[in-house]
Design a binder for this molecule. Structure first.
Ligand SMILES: Nc1ncnc2c1ncn2[C@@H]1O[C@H](COP(=O)(O)OP(=O)(O)OP(=O)(O)O)[C@@H](O)[C@H]1O
Length: 249
């Protein structure tokens, strides 16, 4: 782990560009705008975003739908690269985002647990030690040899959360997973997140639930139209966001 004073995540002047609609440029696009031209349907999902996070900080990311929150977490997870600027993450990341995405549909639950834990550097011995704990947490003992694709969507999320939250990565990204799952499971997820925070891990939580944000996060990042319009104590950021919501109601 980096020293406590070093930032664990530094994001500098970051911009991400997406395009809506067609996947490929048409010949007309090439002829009119050339190779490097900006397509009409391109837009910036993030722009001029800069911040720096120390080890152990707890960050709540807020903003209305489609303002860039998940995009920001994907940059930190390293599954997306910025078009401009730099994202520097100096520690391993446990990504509880698009949580079931990394799981292989045709493999069994047991095989998926081994695969995901192994990909994050957990040795066979450690996977063996934690296996029962993971299975207990997810409450999927009788489905261990069932192909992942045959689980209900709530069960898929339980398995994925159980594995990823057992990884020892210092940075934890949580994107909306708390919104799925039944009440009992949600309570278990909350308790697990609290444990991870108590262990001194760095947390990024994307949520539309003020209660969760206040409970887990000391600092807030507020995104509007892809720009960082707020960075401060979680309560203050939530108050600023509430003003926007009132204005646009
Ligand atoms: N791979 C992609 N290709 C094209 N556009 C994308 C892609 N991923 C996200 N977008 C767009 O980028 C914008 C930001 O999306 P993002 O998922 O980051 O929003 P969000 O703030 O997390 O929203 P929500 O609260 O609804 O989850 C949206 O307009 C979305 O449609």
């Amino acid at each position: 782990m980096p020293a406590a004073t070093d930032p664990v995540v530094s994001v500098e002047d970051v911009a991400v560009r997406f395009h809506r609609g067609r996947r490929h440029r048409s010949l007309r696009d090439y002829l009119i705008r050339g190779e490097g031209g900006v397509r009409r349907d391109e837009f910036w999902a993030l722009r001029d975003v800069s911040f720096s996070i120390g080890q152990g900080e707890t960050i709540g990311v807020v903003g209305r739908n489609g303002q860039g929150k998940s995009t920001l977490l994907k940059l930190i997870a390293g599954v997306l690269l910025p078009d401009r600027g730099t994202v520097d993450v100096r520690a391993g990341v446990a990504p509880l985002i698009e949580i079931t995405g990394g799981f292989v549909a045709d493999l069994t639950v047991r095989e998926n647990i081994g695969l995901t834990a192994g990909l994050h550097g957990m040795s066979r011995a450690v996977i063996g030690e934690r296996f029962d704990e993971i299975v207990d947490f997810a409450e999927i003992e009788e489905f261990l040899d069932t192909p992942y694709k045959h689980l209900s969507s709530g069960m898929k999320v339980r398995v994925a959360f159980a594995v990823v939250s057992r990884l020892e990565e210092p940075v934890v990204l949580v994107d909306e997973v708390l919104a799925v799952g039944d009440k009992v499971f949600k309570r278990k997820c909350h308790a697990r997140i609290e444990e991870m925070v108590a262990e001194g891990r760095t947390l990024f939580l994307v949520s539309h639930n003020d209660g969760d944000l206040r409970r887990f996060c000391a600092r807030g990042l507020y995104l509007r139209e892809g720009r960082l319009v707020g960075d401060g104590p979680m309560d203050e950021v939530l108050a600023a966001y509430a003003d926007e919501t009132r204005e646009s109601a």
